[in-house]
Ligand binder design. Structure first.
Ligand code: ZN
Length: 321
C-alpha cells in the first residue's frame, strides 16, 4: 500500500510540474507537456504493475505455493479462508453470447451437481479469459470437460472453460482479462456446442450467477464476498421458453433428459386411452412435457410432426398421447 501511495504522489507531482509551466515559453511548455505525458504514462504503468503484483500476492495468500497442472480441484484437504473479498472489476465476458442454457446447481433429475454455467455458443467462437492471471491447466478429458483450460486469477478466483474445440494458451502462460484462450466446441461429455464455465475458490465451485449477469454481459457488483461452504444453494433448471424466438442449442442436460425420456419403459402396461393434448407453459421443454404425461419425446414429436430440436412456443398445443 505504501508504494502505491508514493506512486500516486509522484503522479500528482508530475502533473503539477507540467501544469505550472511558464506560458511565455512555448518550447518549454511543449517539452513539459511532453514530459507530463511520458511521465504520467510511466507512472500509470508502474502503478498498474504495483496493482497487479498486489493482486497476484492476494492469490498467493490463498493458494500458497500450490501450483498443480493436473486438474480442476487439486486442493482437497487444504485450509479454506472463512471469508474472501474478490475484486470483480476486471471481468471480461468469456464468450460473446449472453444466452445461458444451463445454470449452476443440483439436478434432482440426474442426482448430481452441475458445477458451472453453460453459455450458448457455436464451434469456433472465441473464448476469452474472464480475468487476468496464469493458465494452470490445459488438458483433455474425454468423459468430462473435453478440451479445457483452468486459469488462476490474481483476484483469487479460478475459472474453468470446458468443451473447447481448441486451446490457444499453454500451461504457465500469463493471460490478461479478455485475451483469447480457446475456441468454443463440443468436446468431452457434451451434446451441442457451448461453453461450460466454472468459477472456483480453492477448488470449491461457486455459482457464477452470484458474480456475473451474463445476459447483461456485466458483473453483479464490484466485489464478491466468498464465504466458505455458503454457496451450495441449488439453482433453477434451464428454461428454454425464456429465450422465446431464439434458437437455443441443446445443452447436455436437455439432451440427457430427452434420452432418458425416450427410453422405453419396460414392462409398463399401457391401457388404451383417448388422445391427450398439452398447452406449453413457461419453462417447459419437450422432455419435461413428456415426463409430465408419462410419454416420450419421440412420441410427442411423431404425433405433432415436429423435431426434437424444434423450439416450443408458449401456449402451443401439443398432442402428447
Ligand atoms: Zn455445463
Amino acid at each position: 500500500m505504501k508504494i502505491f501511495k508514493t506512486l500516486s504522489l509522484l503522479a500528482i507531482m508530475a502533473i503539477g510540474m507540467a501544469t505550472t509551466a511558464n506560458a511565455q515559453d512555448l518550447m518549454a511548455r511543449e517539452a513539459k507537456a511532453d514530459f507530463q505525458l511520458k511521465s504520467s504514462n510511466i507512472v500509470s504503468k508502474i502503478i498498474n504493475q504495483a496493482k497487479m503484483n498486489e493482486e497476484a500476492n492476494y492469490a498467493k495468500n490463498i493458494y500458497g505455493s500450490s501450483w498443480n497442472n493436473d486438474g480442476v480441484n487439486v486442493y482437497k484437504g487444504m485450509a479454506r479462508p472463512e471469508e474472501l473479498v474478490i475484486n470483480l472489476k476486471d471481468f471480461s465476458m468469456p464468450i460473446k453470447s449472453r444466452i445461458v442454457t444451463s445454470n449452476f446447481g443440483y439436478r434432482a433429475r440426474f442426482r448430481r451437481n452441475h458445477y458451472g454455467t453453460d453459455i450458448n455458443g457455436c464451434t469456433g467462437d472465441t473464448i476469452y479469459a474472464a480475468f487476468s492471471g496464469k493458465v494452470r491447466v490445459r488438458k483433455y478429458d474425454a468423459k468430462g470437460f473435453g478440451y479445457y483450460i483452468v486459469i488462476r486469477h490474481n483476484n483469487g478466483l479460478e475459472t474453468v472453460y470446458g468443451h473447447l474445440s481448441k486451446q490457444l494458451v499453454n500451461v504457465n502462460q500469463e493471460v490478461r482479462s479478455g485475451q483469447p484462450i480457446g475456441l468454443c466446441g463440443n468436446t468431452g461429455h457434451s451434446f451441442g456446442s457451448h461453453l461450460h464455465f466454472e468459477t472456483r475458490v480453492l477448488g470449491e465451485a461457486i455459482n457464477p450467477a452470484l458474480m456475473f449477469d451474463f445476459a447483461a454481459a456485466d458483473i453483479v457488483s464490484d466485489t464478491y464476498t466468498y464465504r466458505s461452504k455458503s454457496n451450495t444453494v441449488p439453482v433453477a433448471e434451464p428454461v428454454l421458453a425464456q429465450n422465446k424466438s431464439q434458437e437455443v442449442q441443446e445443452t447436455q442436460e436437455v439432451q440427457e433428459a430427452k434420452a432418458l425420456a425416450a427410453k422405453p419403459k419396460a414392462k409398463a402396461k399401457v391401457p388404451a386411452r383417448k388422445s391427450v393434448s398439452h398447452k406449453v407453459q413457461q419453462g417447459e421443454t419437450l422432455s419435461s412435457i413428456a415426463r409430465k404425461h408419462n410419454t416420450t419425446v419421440a412420441e410427442i414429436c411423431r404425433r405433432n410432426g415436429i423435431k426434437q430440436t424444434s423450439t416450443l412456443r408458449l401456449g402451443q398445443n401439443l398432442t402428447v398421447k
